[in-house]
Design a binder for this molecule. Structure first.
Ligand code: RTP
Ligand code: MG
Length: 140
């Protein structure tokens, strides 16, 4: 499998509970390298653009409100098959369905406040990385 990069967000429910380090430890234990990382607070409009694909979903407004409610940590993770590996470490969207030991099983509070985001495909990973990071900020 090829070395790949994926985009990750540690969401407001996790940053406000001081879980950034514990979540990063899960990534590193799984062999994912954090090659870029910064803590930012998004506006609701910026969150809305990021989650544009979900604009028609009933939870869209609540999701954008939540993502702008407190700081998030945006990051780029690198590793062999990083996109799939990250989603495996994250666990299912709904923490009630997440496998034991996954980030969402251990830390998520609900299907909405589920601690992490991870890209779902190479195309979305590239778009999402470019939305938050310049080439100069990516140091492999
Ligand atoms: P993400 O994009 O954040 O990595 O999560 P995902 O792929 O596992 O889930 P997705 O279907 O893309 O949904 C994006 C985010 O929207 C929130 N959500 N809320 N209230 C609800 O029923 C509901 N469903 C989804 C979650 O924060 C989810 O991660
Ligand atoms: Mg998704």
């Amino acid at each position: 499998m090829a070395l790949e990069r994926t985009f990750s967000i540690i969401k407001p429910d996790a940053t406000t509970r001081n879980l950034t380090g514990k979540i990063n430890a899960k990534f590193e234990e799984a062999g994912l390298r954090i090659v870029a990382q910064k803590r930012i607070q998004m506006t609701k409009a910026q969150a809305g653009k990021f989650y544009e694909v979900h604009a028609e979903r009933p939870f869209y407004d609540e999701l954008c409100e939540f993502m702008a409610s407190a700081p998030v940590v945006v990051q780029v993770l690198e590793g062999e098959g990083a996109i799939a590996k990250n989603r495996e470490v994250m666990g299912a969207t709904n923490p009630a369905d997440a496998a034991p030991g996954t980030i969402r099983a251990e830390f998520a509070q609900s299907v909405g406040e589920n601690s992490v985001h991870g890209s779902d495909a190479p195309e979305t990973a590239a778009i999402e990385i470019a939305y938050f990071f310049s080439g100069l900020e990516l140091v492999g």
